[in-house]
Design a protein around this ligand. Structure first.
Ligand SMILES: NC(=O)c1ccc[n+]([C@@H]2O[C@H](COP(=O)([O-])OP(=O)(O)OC[C@H]3O[C@@H](n4cnc5c(N)ncnc54)[C@H](O)[C@@H]3O)[C@@H](O)[C@H]2O)c1
Length: 375
C-alpha cells in the first residue's frame, strides 16, 4: 500500500486551506495548487501567515511551532508541481466541469498509484473521476466546515474505489485526528441529505404565524440542540444552504426516496441578503403551531435517515456518529426514533409523506416496527 507522506490540495480557499493546515499539523508535507502565482502568494498570507501570527501573538503557539507548520506547506500554480504527491485532495469551487478537468489534469501529472479524492459537497464522485486512469485509486473525502475544527470526515467509496485506497484514506483520516465514517457515492453523501431536508422543511413554515426565532426554538426543542437549525443556516450562509437544497431536490425529488422541494421562504431570505433574525421577536407559545412544525421536522429527518439505511449509503452506527460529530446533535436520528418508539416514528414519517416531502421507506410500507439495532 502507498504510504501517504506528501499531500496535494487543489484550491486554497476556505476548505482547502483548513484541510492543508490540518494535514500539516498531523505531520504531512503539503503542496497546494492555486490558479496563478498571485493567488498562491496571497492565499498563503491570508490562510497561513496571518492566522498563525495571531496565534503566536495570543501565546497559543510559539514562533518555532509556526515556522515548523508553515514550513510544511508550499504552493504552486502548476499541476506538475503536484507530481510527487501520494494523495491529492481537490477543494476547488463547486463546478462539475471544472472538477472533471482538474482530475483529468491530475491523472496526467501524478503517479498512477497516487490517490485522488474530491471534497465536493454535491457531485457524485464517479462522475468527477470520468477521465482518470486507474479509477480504483479515486474516492471522496468530504470534510465539514470549519474543516480544521469540525472532526467529521466522510470517506466516500465510489463503485471503482479499491479496498487499498479506502484503507489508506481511513488511516489518513485517523492520523489527522478526524472521526471517519464510510459512505457510498450518493447525492449529498450521508450527513447533508439529513441536514438539508431538516432546514428546508423548517424554513417552509416561516411567515406571519412563525418567525425565525420561533422556528429556532422549535428545532432546539425537537432535537435537544443548544444552537438550533436557523442558527446553523446563518453560520453556513443562506446562499450555500439555498443552492445545496435546490441541488438535493433535483437529484432526489423524483427518485424512490423523494425529497422536499426548495421553499420560497429560504429563497427570498437568501435573496434579501440578510440572515434569519433569531435575535428579535416573540417566541410562539401556541402548542398546536409548535407541534405541527415539530412533527413535520422529525418526520422528514426520520424518513430520509431510513432511506439512507435502506439504500446502503451508510451503516446505522456511522449515520449516528456522523450526525452527532458534524452537527453536534446530542442524539442521532435513529436513536431518536428508538426513543420515541417505532409506532410514533412511523406516524411522523407518514406525516412527512402526506406533506409530499418524501416517499414512504420500505421498512414502514411493510409495517416493520422493529427498533434500529445500534451499538
Ligand atoms: N465551504 C463549505 O462549507 C464546504 C463544506 C464542505 C465541502 N465544501 C466544498 O469544498 C470545495 C471548496 O469550497 P470552498 O468553500 O473552500 O471554496 P472557496 O471559493 O473558498 O475556494 C476555492 C478555491 O479554489 C481555487 N480554484 C478554483 N479553480 C482552481 C483550479 N483549477 N486550480 C487551483 N485552484 C482553483 C479558487 O481560486 C479558490 O481559492 C467546494 O467543492 C465545496 O462545495 C465546502
Amino acid at each position: 500500500m502507498t504510504e501517504i507522506k506528501t499531500v496535494g490540495v487543489v484550491g486554497f480557499g476556505v476548505m482547502g486551506a483548513a484541510i492543508a493546515l490540518n494535514a500539516a499539523g498531523a505531520g504531512y508535507k503539503v503542496i497546494y495548487k492555486e490558479l496563478n502565482d498571485e493567488l498562491v502568494a496571497s492565499m498563503f498570507e491570508r490562510w497561513v501567515t496571518k492566522p498563525l501570527s495571531k496565534r503566536v501573538a495570543k501565546g497559543k503557539i510559539n514562533q518555532d511551532d509556526m515556522d515548523k507548520l508553515s514550513g510544511q506547506i508550499s504552493g504552486t500554480s502548476l499541476y506538475s508541481g503536484l507530481a510527487e504527491c501520494d494523495l491529492v485532495i481537490e477543494a476547488a469551487i463547486e463546478k462539475m466541469d471544472l472538477k472533471i478537468e482538474v482530475f483529468a489534469e491530475l491523472s496526467k501529472v501524478c503517479r498512477k498509484d497516487a490517490i485522488l479524492v474530491s471534497n465536493t459537497s454535491t457531485f457524485l464522485i464517479e462522475k468527477l473521476m470520468a477521465e482518470v486512469d486507474n479509477p480504483s485509486r479515486t474516492a471522496g473525502l468530504h470534510y465539514f466546515f470549519p474543516a480544521n475544527i469540525n472532526r467529521l470526515v466522510e470517506v466516500i467509496k465510489q463503485k471503482e474505489t479499491s479496498d487499498e485506497t479506502y484503507s489508506a484514506l481511513m488511516e489518513f483520516a485517523k492520523k489527522n485526528r478526524k472521526v471517519a465514517i464510510t459512505v457510498k457515492d450518493f447525492p449529498g453523501f450521508a450527513v447533508n441529505p439529513v441536514f438539508i431536508a431538516s432546514y428546508v422543511v423548517l424554513d417552509s413554515f416561516y411567515g406571519d404565524k412563525l418567525n425565525a426565532i420561533s422556528l429556532e426554538s422549535i428545532s432546539q426543542e425537537a432535537l435537544g440542540l443548544k444552537f438550533g437549525i436557523m442558527w446553523v443556516q446563518n453560520g453556513a450562509g443562506l446562499g450555500t444552504c439555498f443552492h445545496a437544497g435546490v441541488s438535493m431536490a433535483e437529484y432526489l425529488r423524483e427518485a424512490d426516496t423523494g425529497y422536499p422541494e426548495m421553499c420560497e421562504q429560504l429563497k427570498k431570505q437568501f435573496e434579501s441578503g440578510t440572515p434569519w433574525d433569531i435575535e428579535g421577536g416573540p417566541i410562539t407559545e401556541i402548542a398546536a403551531d409548535r407541534t405541527l412544525v415539530k412533527e413535520r421536522l422529525l418526520g422528514a429527518i426520520f424518513a430520509i435517515s431510513t432511506h439512507l439505511i435502506e439504500h446502503n449509503v451508510v451503516s446505522p452506527d456511522d449515520l449516528e456518529l456522523g450526525i452527532i460529530t458534524s452537527l453536534a446533535w446530542p442524539k442521532g436520528p435513529l436513536a431518536l426514533m428508538n426513543e420515541l418508539g417505532m409506532e410514533e416514528s412511523a406516524r411522523l414519517i407518514k406525516v412527512a409523506v402526506a406533506a409530499g416531502d418524501f416517499k414512504l421507506p420500505k421498512k414502514f410500507a411493510d409495517n416493520d416496527l422493529t427498533p434500529w439495532v445500534l451499538k
